[in-house]
Design a protein around this ligand. Structure first.
Ligand code: ADP
Length: 495
């Protein structure tokens, strides 16, 4: 495979700036591509948290202070670079380089995302800074790989404001949708502030009539290729039910829309090597998993019994994640069955309060930790027997893939990446890796949980199910080549 020059632009990148899966995917994919011999350069805002994070930042020689005009305003930025560390913190010889866009007027703020009026400008600058930096480096990317609404203006900007620069003549753009629920919709007045008045005819005209501009939609209109993070989600977002208003444009562009399931980093998430769990284990020797279960229950002050299953939940507690199905289901199960439920999460008050109520009502069966705790997430993956994700929609989902690796059987709604990565278990054949339900209804979830609890009663069958899951491989070594093939198809001249 030929070596491709890839400029990956993102608002998040682990470990520098993370609020969700996007950060992990940007990092995992870039490391894979670099190791596979491609020239990968990453573009990320230099947020205050990165500046103060003690990272080794090197001011770029190629990019001194650059002035960029947006409407009547001018901003100055420069570039600092730093290598992307491996998951264990070490710097690989072939680490990709991160180009941090240093524009204190826009990025020296308390958070990654803000509610400030200039939020669209912050990310419009990221796109232009990435293009300008490539110009200064005289480096022509074969592909600009863009991620979510924050980078949605880049394809149009490249083809209009920078159309004069022959450096980008062969450059293609890929727009990846990590979650269509966030589109970057702003009042049409931002066009003036962004200096995009002359580009109005290239924007969605219905939106303009309604007085708005949609960054993600603009990206989907102008990118050469569109990807999303699972095959099933690529189908779903073409329907009104899941498309969140973008299904029409996605149906029109379906020939260039591809679903590629995210890879996961087994350097971080592997029960054989995980230093965040008390006991390590393998598919051939699960004794350590039992010890992790004991330790986990103890940490929640709950009694351990090998034969009593533990159901784990680790999640943002938002509407997307579907926990509003639980109130009809869990009390019935907790009343009738010997079962432990352990929840790690934070988010909407109604969900937090519900889990707290559950804990108060069944204090010997339920444990809850409100907040974000990566170590505990690992310990739940290792110590639970089953893992619940009843998502309303799930572009890819990472936790179900971690669960499979840890021998923790996923119980999931058949949607998005959950449908692509969990295969229904069939006790007759012994094939399959988890339990799925279709309708977003309590009864359907209840049936899946009952099915799981039924199989739990047959230890030999359960052991087979656990082994099937642990044998799955969702590494970047498997998923990364799908992106390479896409880049290659995009950059190979027809014929
Ligand atoms: P999403 O990106 O929609 O939140 P994913 O399943 O793709 O969902 O990724 C969620 C990631 O965040 C996983 O790595 C999961 O372990 C982690 N996570 C979510 N909530 C918490 C929490 N409260 N504490 C620790 N880790 C969490």
């Amino acid at each position: 495979m030929k070596s491709t020059r890839i400029a990956l632009v993102s608002s998040e990148l682990a470990p520098f700036a993370k609020t969700g899966g996007l950060a992990d995917v940007a990092a995992g994919l870039s490391r894979y591509l670099r190791t596979a011999g491609h020239d990968v350069r990453l573009f990320l805002p230099l947020y205050r948290s990165i500046r103060e994070g003690g990272w080794p930042l090197e001011p770029s020689k190629h990019v001194p202070e650059i002035e960029l005009s947006f409407g009547s305003r001018t901003y100055t930025f420069s570039i600092s670079t730093t290598p992307l560390p491996a998951p264990d913190g070490s710097i690989a010889r072939r680490a990709p380089y991160v180009h941090l866009v240093d524009c204190p007027a826009l990025f020296d703020r308390p958070g990654i995302y803000t509610q400030d009026g200039d939020e669209p400008l912050r990310f419009a600058l990221l796109s232009r800074a990435a293009i300008e930096t490539c110009q200064r480096m005289q480096w022509a990317p074969d592909v600009f790989h863009l991620n979510d609404w924050h980078t949605g203006l880049l394809p149009l900007t490249l083809r209009t404001l920078y159309a004069w620069d022959r450096l980008f003549e062969q450059t293609r753009t890929v727009m990846t949708i990590h979650n269509i629920g966030y589109q970057g919709v702003f009042d049409v007045s931002v066009l003036e502030e962004l200096g995009l008045m002359d580009q109005r005819r290239h924007l969605d005209q219905d939106d303009l009539r309604e007085g708005k501009v949609n960054f993600l939609k603009t990206g989907l209109l102008h990118a050469d290729a569109i990807t999303t993070v699972s095959r099933r989600y690529a189908e779903e977002i073409q329907t009104p039910e899941y498309g969140m208003g973008l299904d029409g444009i996605l149906r029109r562009r379906k020939d260039v829309l591809h679903g590629i399931v995210n890879g996961i980093d087994y350097g971080d998430w592997n029960p054989e090597t995980d230093t965040l769990i008390p006991h390590r284990y393998t598919a051939d020797d699960l004794e350590g998993k039992r010890d992790n279960k004991r330790a986990l229950l103890e940490s929640f002050s709950l009694a351990f019994d090998e034969r009593v299953p533990v159901l784990g939940i680790v999640s943002r507690l938002t509407h997307q994640k579907g926990f509003d199905l639980l109130p009809v289901v869990l009390p019935v199960l907790l009343q009738r069955e010997d079962l432990r439920v352990l929840v790690l999460g934070s988010g909407e008050a109604s969900h937090e309060e519900y889990f707290q109520w559950l804990r108060d009502t069944w204090p010997t069966k339920v444990g809850i930790y409100r907040g974000y705790d990566n170590d505990l997430a690992h310990r739940i993956e290792a110590g639970a027997d089953m893992f619940l994700m009843p998502s309303r929609y799930e572009p890819c989902g990472l936790n179900q893939m971690y669960s499979l690796k840890y021998g923790t059987v996923p119980i999931v709604r058949r949607t998005g990446g959950l449908a692509d990565t969990v295969e229904p278990f069939d006790s007759a054949t012994g094939e399959g890796t988890g339990f799925l339900f279709d309708a977003f209804e309590s009864e359907a979830l209840h049936a899946a949980l009952r099915e799981a609890l039924g199989v739990w009663q047959e230890p030999e069958t359960w052991a087979r199910l656990v082994k099937n899951g642990m044998a799955q491989d969702f590494s970047w070594e498997r998923q990364g080549p799908l992106y390479e093939a896409l880049y290659e198809a995009l950059t190979t001249p027809p014929g």
